[in-house]
Design a protein around this ligand. Structure first.
Ligand SMILES: C[S@@+](CC[C@H](N)C(=O)[O-])C[C@H]1O[C@@H](n2cnc3c(N)ncnc32)[C@H](O)[C@@H]1O
Length: 371
């Protein structure tokens, strides 16, 4: 994928899919946080020109649109930070936002700045750190490449209360540049990961893309204040990873809503998603048209095989926090596992009440030892 040099560029199917996810999630997020907190903050650190040549809205306009749909709960307003290092793209975005002047309520503050993400976000994080009762922050980090996203900035954002970060990483691109002799490129990659471990991947053998993804995932999970990290790959028909998407949040509800947004995407052309777990099974491609509950049934059985008296609440926590699947997929997977005798649903719930049907959190199941 070549990096466009013009102010705007033709939108591609994976960007449309990415936009559907972003927009779907923000529509849920503004509704939830608008109800509970004043003035949520949306950060778009690589905002682009705002609109694509055939009129498709870019991420900043999608964020404004999502917030506009929740004006009733956003009476305290919302704050938008849009930054891009290209002056021409920022100029384009300004005129797009100006065109919305009549529709944006006065309590929406839109700050549009020509700056690199790094230069803009560091002082902002400092400012926010000192802000009492800071509102929730959602940061969309969407570089077309691997540079300009210091891991320290991601850590700084996630250290703020209620902050969430959604990052798109072109790992394949990163993998190709990992061997580049130019020292500046190596420095960018080091900065993105914030650890020299990334250079060890360069020296090693095997699935480097997989290792790069795993390392970034591990860094987010272990070395930031995020309690949960959802990761999924956007792949093409050849099982080639176009993007790795990482969503880091402090709240399990955030995971649920992000998955809802992801599963709603209507795959266009040869686009699809893959659960990172599928890498191990040699069956990388999880086509949305295939039955996700089948795959999840395998994952659940592999995790819980032989375990007795397991609360469904625990199974759901595992599914929600470590896979891309939704609750409805888990319920179908458990129902099928029950039909095939791989699990036994116990007659009573954890609280002793009689268990009727379905798989509510309080239900208890036992997994057979299997083969
Ligand atoms: C993939 S595009 C963003 C598209 C936009 N988020 C959307 O979805 O419509 C990446 C943008 O990041 C900008 N960019 C690249 N490096 C940057 C950096 N270090 N800081 C800020 N912007 C950068 C580019 O000019 C480009 O407009």
């Amino acid at each position: 994928m070549a990096v466009p040099t013009t102010t705007t560029w033709k939108i591609d199917p994976h960007t449309l899919a990415k936009h559907q996810i972003l927009s779907g999630y923000l529509k849920a997020w503004f509704g939830i946080v608008g109800n509970r907190f004043g003035q949520p903050i949306y950060v778009d650190g690589f905002c682009g020109p705002g609109r694509y040549p055939r009129g498709e809205p870019g991420s900043p306009l999608l964020a404004l649109q999502a917030a506009l749909e929740h004006q009733d709960v956003l009476r305290g307003g919302a704050i938008f930070h849009f930054t891009d290092y290209r002056e021409d793209r920022i100029r384009n975005l300004r005129s797009e936002v100006d065109a919305l002047a009549g529709t944006l309520p006065g309590c929406f503050q839109v700050q549009i700045t020509t700056a690199t993400f790094r230069d803009y976000i560091s002082p902002k994080i400092e400012e926010w750190r000192g802000t009492p009762s800071l509102a929730p922050i959602f940061a969309f980090v969407d570089p077309r490449g691997y540079s300009g996203i210091p891991f320290s900035a991601i850590q700084g954002l996630l250290a703020l209360p209620h902050a969430e970060v959604f990052i798109t990483l072109m790992v394949d691109f990163l993998n190709r540049f990992l061997d580049h002799p130019n020292r500046d490129i190596t420095e960018h990659i080091l900065e993105t990961y914030g650890t020299k471990e990334v250079l060890a991947i360069r020296e090693g053998q095997g699935d480097r893309v997989g290792k790069l993804i795993d390392l970034y995932h591990r860094r987010l999970r272990s070395d930031t204040c995020a309690a949960h990290v959802l990761h999924f790959n956007m792949i093409n028909r050849l099982n080639h990873i176009l993007y790795s998407l990482f969503f880091a949040t402090k709240h399990p509800l955030g995971l649920e809503r992000m998955k809802d947004a992801m599963w709603k995407v209507d795959p266009q052309g040869d686009l699809s998603f893959a659960d990172p777990k599928d890498r191990d099974s040699q069956q990388l491609s999880l086509l949305l048209s295939s039955d996700p509950a089948d795959k999840l049934e395998e994952i659940i059985i592999a995790e819980f095989r032989g375990q007795q008296h397991v609360g469904v609440e625990r199974v759901w926590r595992y599914v929600n926090e470590t896979t891309i699947y939704q609750r409805k997929h888990m319920v179908t997977a458990l129902r099928r596992a029950k039909q095939s005798g791989q699990i036994i649903a116990e007659p009573r719930k954890a609280n002793g009440e009689k268990y009727i049907r379905g798989f509510p959190d309080e239900a208890v199941v036992s997994f057979t030892a299997g083969v």
